[in-house]
Write a protein that binds this ligand. Structure first.
Ligand code: FAD
Length: 384
C-alpha cells in the first residue's frame, strides 16, 4: 500500500509532489497526459507574489525565470470602469515588492515542475488515467482506466485532476455566470512596460495582462457576442476592443489566438471524503476576474504538504487529519471564492445605482493608502 497517490500532476498536483519529495514516504503520482506534454494548451496563469515564493521554495522558480518569455512581471495594475468615474493604480514599488504578480506560461511552468520532479525520487506515471477514487475506512482504491493495471491502494488519495470528476462522494456547488471569457493575444504599437489593465464594462470585466512582447486579453461577454467577435476580422475586433478601453489604452496593433471558454464558479462543498482530499481546480474553479484561482490551488498544495509531513504515517488519510486540513484551508478558500464572486456581482452589473458607489470605491481605493494596500495584498496573497 502506498502512503499517498496524487491523481493529476498538473501545476497543483506537481507542486504538492515536489513539496513532498524529501519526505520519507511512498508516494506515486499519476497523470493522464504523456510525459513532456500538457492537455491544457498554453493558457497564461496569473501568479501572485505569494505563489512565486512557494515556487521559489520548491526550486522551480529559477528554472522558470530562466526560460525565455516564460515569466512576465506585472509592475502596475490600472483599474478603471467604462462610462464611470474612478480609476486606481496599484503599484509594486508602493508595496515594496519586485512585482505585483506574474503572468506565467502554463506550458513553461509545467515543464519546469516536470524537470524538477524528474530530479526527485517521486514516481510519476504518465499516460495513466484514474477512472475512480473510492475510499473506505481501511484504505482508498484508485482504479486505472484502460490496461494500466490493477487498482492502486493508498492511505490517502489527493485528487488534483482539475475537475474532481474521478472522486465519488464530493458534492459540488455550481454557478453559471452565463458569460464566456474570450481570450486572445494582442500586439501593441508600444511596449507594455509591465502595466496590466483591468476594466469594468457594462458587459463584464476585461483584462490586459502583459505577457512577453504582447498582452494576454481576457474579455467577458455573452456567448452570442463572443461568437460574433470570434468571427470578426482582425481590424473589426481591434476597433471594438479599442472602443471598450477608450482613452485608458491606445495603440492596439494585432490580434491572434482568439478562443473562448464558459465562465462558471464551481467548488466542492467539502474538500475531503473518506481517505481522499481534492485540491486546486478540482476543489474550486473560479471566475478569472481577480486572478485568485490558480494561487488558491498552489496554497492548497503547499498547506497539504505541511499537513502530510506533520502527520504520523499511520494517521495519513485519517478523518482527523483530513478534518484538520479542511479547517486550516477554510478561511482562505471561502474568502477567495467570496471575494471573486463578490467582485463579479459588484462589477458585472451596470445598474446606475451600483456604478456610482463602484466609482467611489475605486476613487477611495486610490486616495486611501491603507485600503489600497489591503486590496493589493488581497490580490497578491489571498485573503487569509
Ligand atoms: C479554459 C480555462 C482557461 C483558464 N484560463 C486561465 C487564465 O487565463 N489565467 C489563470 O490564471 N487561470 C486560468 N485558468 C485556471 C487555471 O488553468 C487553473 O487554476 C490551473 O490549471 C489549476 O491547476 P490544477 O493543477 O489544479 O489543474 P489542471 O491544470 O487542470 O491539471 C490537472 C492535471 O491532471 C491531469 N488529469 C486530469 N484528469 C486525470 C485523471 N483522471 N487521471 C490522471 N490525471 C488526470 C491532467 O492531465 C493535468 O495535468 C483557466 C482554466 C480553464 C478551465
Amino acid at each position: 500500500m502506498h502512503d499517498a497517490v496524487i491523481v493529476g500532476a498538473g501545476p497543483v498536483g506537481g507542486a504538492l509532489a515536489l513539496a513532498l519529495a524529501d519526505a520519507d514516504l511512498d508516494i506515486v503520482a499519476l497523470d493522464a497526459r504523456a510525459a513532456g506534454g500538457t492537455m491544457r494548451g498554453n493558457r497564461s496563469l496569473a501568479l501572485s507574489h505569494g505563489a512565486r515564493l512557494i515556487f521559489e521554495r520548491l526550486a522551480v522558480w529559477p528554472h522558470l525565470a530562466a526560460m525565455p518569455g516564460a515569466v512576465t512581471p506585472i509592475r502596475e495594475i490600472d483599474i478603471s470602469q467604462a462610462g464611470g468615474f474612478g480609476v486606481t493604480r496599484l503599484n509594486a514599488e508602493e508595496q515594496g515588492l519586485p512585482a505585483l504578480g506574474y503572468v506565467v506560461s502554463y506550458r513553461a511552468l509545467q515543464a519546469a515542475i516536470d524537470d524538477a520532479l524528474a530530479r526527485t525520487r517521486i514516481h510519476i506515471r504518465f499516460g495513466v488515467t484514474a477512472a475512480s477514487v473510492d475510499g473506505s475506512p481501511a484504505d482508498v482504491g484508485i482504479a486505472l482506466a484502460g490496461d494500466a493495471g490493477a487498482p492502486l491502494r493508498a492511505r490517502l488519495a489527493v485528487v488534483a485532476d482539475g475537475t474532481g470528476t474521478a472522486v465519488a462522494g464530493i458534492a459540488r456547488e455550481q454557478r453559471d455566470y452565463r458569460q464566456v471569457a474570450l481570450i486572445a493575444k494582442v500586439g501593441m504599437q508600444h511596449p507594455h512596460d509591465g502595466v496590466a489593465f483591468e476594466r469594468f464594462t457594462p458587459e463584464g470585466p476585461m483584462a490586459l495582462l502583459p505577457e512577453g512582447d504582447h498582452y494576454g486579453l481576457v474579455w467577458t461577454m455573452t456567448a452570442e457576442k463572443a461568437e460574433a467577435m470570434l468571427a470578426a476580422s482582425d481590424d473589426r475586433f481591434l476597433a471594438v476592443l479599442a472602443h471598450q478601453f477608450g482613452a485608458r489604452v491606445t495603440g492596439f496593433a494585432s490580434v491572434a489566438d482568439r478562443r473562448t471558454f464558459p465562465l462558471r464558479l464551481e467548488f466542492a462543498r467539502s474538500t475531503v471524503a473518506t481517505r481522499t482530499v481534492v485540491i486546486g481546480n478540482a476543489a474550486q474553479a473560479l471566475h478569472p476576474i481577480a486572478g485568485q484561482g490558480f494561487n488558491l490551488g498552489v496554497r492548497d498544495a503547499y498547506e497539504l504538504s505541511r499537513s502530510i509531513i506533520q502527520t504520523p504515517r499511520d494517521a495519513l488519510g485519517s478523518a482527523t487529519m483530513l478534518a484538520a486540513f479542511a479547517a486550516r484551508r477554510r478561511t482562505d478558500r471561502y474568502a477567495g471564492i467570496a471575494f471573486t464572486h463578490g467582485l463579479t456581482k459588484l462589477f458585472a452589473t451596470d445598474a446606475a445605482v451600483v456604478r456610482w458607489p463602484r466609482g467611489m470605491a475605486l476613487t477611495l481605493l486610490d486616495a486611501v493608502p491603507p485600503m489600497k494596500k489591503a486590496f493589493t495584498r488581497a490580490m497578491l496573497f489571498g485573503l487569509s
